[in-house]
Design a protein around this ligand. Structure first.
Ligand SMILES: [Zn+2]
Length: 242
């Protein structure tokens, strides 16, 4: 059974065929909410599909336009098993005051994660140093979603007990392949970020593309696919949803 620790199945790209996509293969999918409405949809999906787990958060990209939703999103984390999507995005947000705000908001969600012993699945684009100085202040289980950093930072994350989450774009991304080679399988999980980050550019991604990531990890690490699947499930069960 596959694991997708980060997808956006509630997005409109799946309105036509959501049932088929969710049931296409044996898979557990964590659906990440990005704002108030999508958090609510995420919780609905968990009710509807037995293989979907709702995550609730606030995407750092929305800091400009949706700040008024944050309080409610924080409250909604009470209804979810996992906290996501949260994080720092310095790729889209260049303004230093807004970046500071992102750090502040991330801290609020991490506090919740610590207090309620929930795993945080974290988005980070460009803000790795700030993230790495923030994380040691919280006793939280966490994974870095669609990790795109260096091998060195990946090792720092592992040292903090975090997991590195790998999307199917791995099959065409030499840089991510090097990271996967270097990081022990005990610290890897799979995701898709569907409908984004697919194995082919401009084509909608879907959870069952995890199979492509598994195949590539197996090839890179010279470990049989079956074992890769089992060990990633084990990582998920022990470190994300214990
Ligand atoms: Zn995402």
């Amino acid at each position: 059974m596959y694991i997708d620790v980060h997808a956006h199945i509630d997005s409109k790209e799946f309105d036509q065929d959501r049932d088929a996509i969710v049931n296409e293969c044996e898979i557990t999918i964590v659906n990440a909410g990005v704002d108030l409405e999508s958090n609510l949809r995420s919780l609905e999906l968990e009710k509807k599909y037995k293989n979907i787990i709702a995550a609730v958060g606030f995407h750092p990209e929305f800091i400009k336009d949706k700040e008024n939703e944050i309080e409610k999103c924080l409250e909604l984390t009470n209804n979810a098993k996992i906290i996501s999507e949260i994080g720092l995005d310095y790729y889209w947000i260049k303004d230093s005051e807004l970046r500071k705000k992102q750090i502040k908001i991330l801290s609020l969600f991490l506090e919740r994660a610590e207090k309620h012993r929930k795993t945080a699945i974290i988005h980070v684009r460009g803000g790795m140093n700030d993230l790495l100085s923030l994380l040691p202040s919280y006793k939280v289980r966490f994974a870095i979603h669609a990790y795109e950093g260096s091998i060195r930072d990946a090792k720092r994350i592992v040292d903090l007990g975090g997991l590195i989450s790998v999307p199917p774009v791995l099959i065409r991304d030499k840089y991510r392949q090097e990271v996967v080679k270097e990081i022990d399988l005990d610290y890897l999980v799979t995701e898709t970020d569907s409908p984004f980050l697919g194995p082919e550019k401009y084509i909608r991604n879907k959870p069952c593309n995890v199979s492509l990531t598994i195949k590539k990890i197996s090839e890179l690490k010279k470990i049989e696919e079956k074992e890769v699947i089992q060990r990633i499930r084990k990582n998920f069960e022990e470190k994300i949803l214990p």
